[in-house]
Write a protein of this length. Structure first.
Lengths: 209, 307
């Protein structure tokens, strides 16, 4: 039901807005206003513009349908929404891996092509990004979700845990594994060990005093 | 180098801004009594060319030099093609495809991307990938050297069914440019050119697969490298196939392993072979110097539609 002077939402927390939307559906538009661009941006980077357009709509429609179950004790709706988005993105896992492999093989990113011209002339970044695409394509889906929620959605460990409904310890170990995989792929061979520069004393062949 | 920083920078140039359509979809869902949910354009899940695969192998007349497994596989492909009717589109309908890859020129891969061809060949359309709503439609002066999809379809309805006669008809049709260094290569190239056409009568496709099985030296590789999208493919291979300049190549026709739909082509040099006659330039032995991957074509009523 609408009131002549709808309450201003800027001062309200996400749980307050979501709670209000249970009986006043129009209030949910505020949740969209707060998070749609971020959710869309994340999905766009994972799956390209067209799929992101569809999945963004699907995320908020699903969230709207589940709004009565939103945890009122949560600090923000962000992890909840990204959790829904991640679940929806999981159905496009195959095409995500295909796109990463195509990028690794050809040096052209089909996902980035959905928003920029086909000819990507950032040649200096090519080799690195192709290796990165390889690494990402080889991660397990769960490890990739955690890595990208941290790197792209900028969720904290606790937020990722809430989003994916996992213990924080699991989030931490998945992230470590993903980071190790990326690190190893980008620097093949032994890990470089920092070399301490020789002191002047040592270069003189160990004379003391 | 911090790997998290590297990951953060990947695709960081993605534009920000959810589309208005997404908000409208939510609004529609929030007020279901106010009417029908607006439909959103979606990628086609499958094209008309995907067929229910007929598993029973047909007995196929094969030439003496085709390997038995190629005959069996191409027989199944022919059966699948024959069981999937392909009605003739209207002249004013369009064929939509997404194409990847192409010839390597100077190391850069060309990506034609999304394209619409009017069935009668009088118009062509594409759209910049950063503004897919800005469809650019061009009038085409019909060039008999570049037959339209309609020209192919109509010619194919009149082709003979028997392999040797079909190969001769293809060579004489003026539709294909087959300049390979041996008769086997010329026949193979002609058939692959035809199978790459987006809309052909079902019987013609079936006959083309059967004709392919009669070409000496044709084999099938079910462990071929995946296509440019990383999808597994079945390759119909002609090895040691000299091109017009006499250099040996490995030619591959790439098919969907389940539906036998056309997926693309690949050519790999088997010896160092300068493309333009200059010794010392690409391609080198073992180099794949041509590769294309296409999505299943879809017949639509207007340019810009995807299904």
């Amino acid at each position: 039901m609408s009131t002549p002077n709808p309450p201003p939402w800027s001062g309200r927390t996400d749980p307050q807005v979501v709670a209000a939307s249970v009986h006043d559906p129009a209030a949910f538009a505020e949740i969209y206003a707060r998070y749609a661009d971020d959710v869309h941006h994340y999905l766009r980077r994972r799956l390209g513009s067209d799929v992101a357009d569809d999945l963004t709509a699907d995320t908020f429609v699903a969230a709207f349908g589940a709004r009565t179950r939103f945890d009122g004790a949560a600090a923000s709706a962000r992890p909840w929404l990204f959790g829904i988005a991640s679940n929806l993105a999981a159905k496009h896992r195959r095409s995500e891996v295909r796109g990463l492999r195509a990028y690794a093989r050809t040096g052209v990113d089909p996902v980035a092509s959905s928003w920029s011209d086909g000819a990507d002339d950032r040649v200096s970044a090519q080799a690195l990004n192709r290796e990165l695409a390889t690494a990402l394509s080889e991660l397990s889906a769960g490890d990739r979700d955690v890595l990208l929620l941290v790197a792209w959605a900028e969720l904290s460990y606790a937020e990722v845990a809430a989003a994916l409904q996992l213990p924080v310890g699991t989030v931490r170990s998945r992230l470590n594994r993903a980071r190790r995989k990326v690190r190893t792929t980008l620097s093949p061979g032994t890990e470089r060990v920092a070399v301490r520069p020789l002191t002047a004393l040592e270069t003189r062949g160990g004379h003391h005093g | 180098m911090d790997e998290l920083t590297v990951v953060r920078e990947l695709r960081a140039d993605a534009p920000v801004g959810a589309p208005d359509a997404a908000r409208q979809t939510l609004m529609d869902a929030m007020t279901p009594s106010m009417g029908v949910r607006r439909s959103r354009g979606r990628w086609p899940a499958a094209a008309a060319a995907v067929a229910a695969v007929v598993v029973t192998a047909l007995v196929v007349q094969t030439g003496p030099a085709a390997s038995p497994s190629a005959a069996a596989v191409l027989g199944r492909a022919a059966a699948a093609a024959a069981s999937d009717p392909v009605p003739r589109p209207r002249d004013d309908q369009w064929v939509f495809r997404t194409m990847y890859g192409g010839a390597t020129e100077g190391g850069v891969r060309l990506i034609p991307g999304e394209a619409w061809d009017r069935f009668d060949g009088t118009q062509f359309a594409n759209a910049p990938s950063d503004h897919p709503e800005q469809l650019h439609v061009m009038d085409i002066e019909v060039d008999p050297r570049i037959p339209s999809a309609a020209a192919w379809y109509d010619a194919a309805t009149r082709w003979p069914h028997e392999p040797e006669a079909l190969l001769a008809a293809l060579r004489d049709s003026g539709l294909v440019v087959a300049e390979g260094g041996s008769e086997a290569v010329r026949n193979y190239d002609a058939v692959v050119d035809a199978l790459g056409q987006p809309v052909l009568p079902a019987q013609a496709r079936a006959d083309l697969f059967r004709a392919l099985a009669t070409i000496p030296g044709v084999t099938v590789d079910d462990e071929a490298d995946p296509d440019l999208l990383g999808d597994p493919v079945l390759a119909v291979v002609l090895d040691g196939a000299p091109d017009a300049a006499g250099f040996d190549n490995r030619r591959e026709l790439l098919l969907d392993p389940q539906t036998y739909a056309y997926r693309g082509e690949r050519v790999t040099a088997l010896e160092d072979a300068p493309i333009d006659g200059k010794k010392g330039s690409d391609p080198k032995a073992g180099q794949t110097w041509f590769e294309s991957t296409e999505t299943d074509p879809v017949v639509v009523d207007r340019a810009g539609q995807r299904g």
